[in-house]
Write a protein that binds this ligand. Structure first.
Ligand code: FEO
Ligand code: CA
Ligand code: CA
Ligand code: CA
Length: 641
């Protein structure tokens, strides 16, 4: 989601000197991303079906001039900022809409109804709402894996203005049921046939929702007393971005999970509850009709959220597992790599103003854990980052009994440390950041990039502007180039913004952008930056956003710092979910919340859900819907060249 929620109340390090350095850049090209392709079993008699809308009618694109740009990292012609209600992609590329919200998971499933009158039971058999993080799992090693596979994607939140014919008022138990069915994760098989991506029927197609049975593993197991609530563990909520493991599983991250909880009862919230943003009001009034979300009636239910959840996309009967060793925060994504010795490493940001960056490091090489029947994500140490003002940093272990995390100081055990991860990181002295969003690791050289989307924790070296309305991208280099290291060096890769309003910004006018959020490094080293400027700021001169247009996808050259706009989304949306086929000839991107209320354009209502956007259908009786977009280069070739 766009807006920040809580403020970190602690006095953790604030550094006074403004730096904003850009260090020397070394060339990091070449090398391949070593990711184990997760094979999956295609069902017999798989049928193509035509639920998606393959027509690139909303795409502006013309034939590429090609040739001399083939070898360049940023070989495409930059797209200008746009405020139109259209998806615009670089010249020479096509963009095809795939699996919009409401698409039936199977061709025999319930059809989408454009007035939002599908029931909760129907929604549970359709693609969810507000697509966010996503990963493409190829069907096989080699070329076949670039033309068929599984897309696994998150559905971050629901907007009842679009979800129900009469909108959010009055809230009803049925509306909550439909909301829960629209959240979670979709697993859907896709195939490229005659140059067009289609969703296809597969026994692996699956919805995981806000009511799917769940298990917990690691230091906070399913039977831990803090997880005892009024019903068996179920559901994953507010799934923001994602990760994937070398062993072929998907990681989905619970972010703004405090949103659905509230109460009308006279209770006092604990410091630990408040530290996670829990409050008596909830964002949609769910607690008024569903006791599951009433803090007075089901006090431990929130403890079941804030985790990274592991899903095996190749086993549709498998129960998703919340991996508690990775901490309980508002997880943005889970960037997963191997340390030099084979231990698994997971970077994860906590997206609220003044929160921290984390890194989990496995105890032993992940293959050793698996050989012993253990999950590599259940055994290891979670760390929080301290950024020194000298450009050096340290990973601070969050281990019960070490440093301040002792029984004498009120920490019962490791489960307690993890259930209260934010407070544990406060205690060890982690560094407050301007809303850490995605983390991405360069496949050659291991540099770690982190988007800090915006915030108000500076001015300090790591958060050099206050207020920081545009955000920036930080780069870490782990000691000895090892992701398992306990120390790192850091610098600021780029300050986002518009030099018209901030002379510290070193972007050309055509490349201005704000609020970087999604971040992926492709196998060639292109850094893809997706933006999520708040719809309260978009297009507004008084916020310095009048030249930036709608949210966009840009590509950066890590070695030169060049940045180019590749794609602009329709009105009201954010861009997210970038994932590539192994041949890099298809880039899947998610267009989330098109048509959301936007200060500069308007406010959708149940009577006119099309007030801001009607993308992608442009159905005069329809409504905007999040969708995946498949981008390809006309005539073939890698995306970005
Ligand atoms: Fe779900 Fe921080 O974005
Ligand atoms: Ca958003
Ligand atoms: Ca964001
Ligand atoms: Ca995000």
């Amino acid at each position: 989601m766009t807006e920040e929620s809580t403020e970190n109340p602690t006095q953790n390090p604030t550094l006074q000197e403004i730096a904003g350095r850009r260090v020397s850049r070394r060339v990091l090209l070449g090398g391949g991303l070593a990711v184990a392709a997760a094979g999956f079993i295609a069902g017999p008699g798989r049928q193509l079906f035509d639920s998606a809308r393959p027509g690139p009618s909303d795409t502006r694109s013309t034939q590429s001039t090609e040739g001399d740009q083939k070898t360049s990292l940023l070989g495409f012609e930059a797209v200008a900022p746009s405020s139109e209600d259209a998806l615009v992609v670089a010249r020479g590329y096509t963009a095809q809409v795939l699996i919009p919200w409401g698409t039936p998971l199977l061709s025999s499933g319930p059809a989408w109804k454009n007035d939002a009158s599908n029931t909760a039971a129907e929604q549970a058999q359709q693609i969810g709402m507000h697509h966010d993080g996503m990963h493409f799992f190829p069907s096989a090693p080699g070329p076949a894996g670039s033309s068929s596979g599984l897309l696994v994607l998150n559905h971050e939140y629901v907007d009842h203005t679009f979800l129900s014919p009469d909108g959010p008022t009055p809230m009803t138990a049925d509306k909550v049921r439909k909301g829960l069915a629209a959240l979670g994760v979709s697993v859907v098989a896709v195939a490229l046939v005659d140059g067009v991506w289609r969703a296809v029927d597969s026994p692996l197609n699956r919805r995981i929702t806000g009511t799917t049975p769940m298990m917990f593993s690691g230091p906070v197991p399913s039977n831990h007393p803090a997880l005892a609530a009024n019903h068996a563990p179920m559901g994953t909520l507010n799934n923001c971005a994602n990760g994937h493991t070398p062993w072929g599983t998907y990681l989905t991250c619970e972010e703004n999970w405090d949103g659905p909880f509230g109460t009308s009862a006279r209770i006092s919230l604990t410091k630990a509850e408040q530290r996670y943003g829990l409050s008596k009001g909830d964002e949609n009034g769910w607690h008024t009709v569903d006791p599951r979300f009433d803090l007075a009636k089901n006090r431990n239910e929130p403890n079941r959220f804030g985790w990274v959840v592991e899903i095996n996309p190749t086993d549709p009967e498998s129960t998703p597992i919340k991996r508690t060793a990775l901490g309980r925060i508002k997880h943005e994504n889970a960037a997963t790599v191997e340390a030099q010795d084979g231990r698994i490493v997971v970077y994860t940001g906590d997206d609220s103003n003044g929160e921290y960056l984390y890194k989990f490091v496995g105890t032993r090489p992940w293959r050793d854990h698996q050989a012993q029947g253990q999950s590599p994500l259940d055994h290891g140490v979670l760390h929080a980052a301290r950024f020194g003002d000298d450009g050096q940093g340290a990973w601070l272990p969050l281990v019960h009994g070490r440093g301040p995390l002792t029984t004498a100081k009120g920490w019962a055990d490791q489960a307690d440390v993890l259930l209260r991860t934010r407070q544990a990181a406060d205690a060890v002295g982690a560094t407050k950041l301007d809303r850490p969003e995605w983390v991405a690791v360069h496949p050659a050289g291991g540099e770690v990039f982190v988007t800090l989307t915006n915030g108000s924790n500076g001015p300090t070296p790591i958060n050099p502007r206050k207020p920081n309305t545009y955000g920036h991208i930080v780069r870490l280099r782990e000691a000895n180039g090892d992701q398992g290291a306990e120390a790192f060096a850091w610098d600021i890769f780029v300050l986002a913004g518009d030099p018209k309003y901030d002379s510290a910004v070193k972007l050309e006018s055509a490349d201005v952008f704000g609020s970087p959020d999604g971040l992926v490094v492709d196998p060639d080293g292109r850094l893809w930056i997706a933006t999520d400027v708040s719809n309260s700021s978009l297009q507004r001169a008084d916020r310095g956003y009048d030249r930036i247009g709608n949210n966009a996808l840009l590509a950066a050259h890590p070695a030169t710092g060049d940045i180019r706009r590749f794609l602009v989304g329709p009105r009201g949306c954010e861009i997210t979910g970038m994932t590539l086929t192994p041949d890099q000839e298809t880039l899947f991107v998610n267009i989330q919340h098109p048509g959301e209320a936007t200060n500069a354009v308007g406010t959708p209502t149940p009577a006119n859900p099309r007030a801001v956007s009607n993308w992608p259908d442009f159905d005069p009786a329809g409504r905007p819907r999040a969708a995946t977009v498949a981008i390809r280069k006309e005539g073939g070739g890698k995306i970005g060249t």
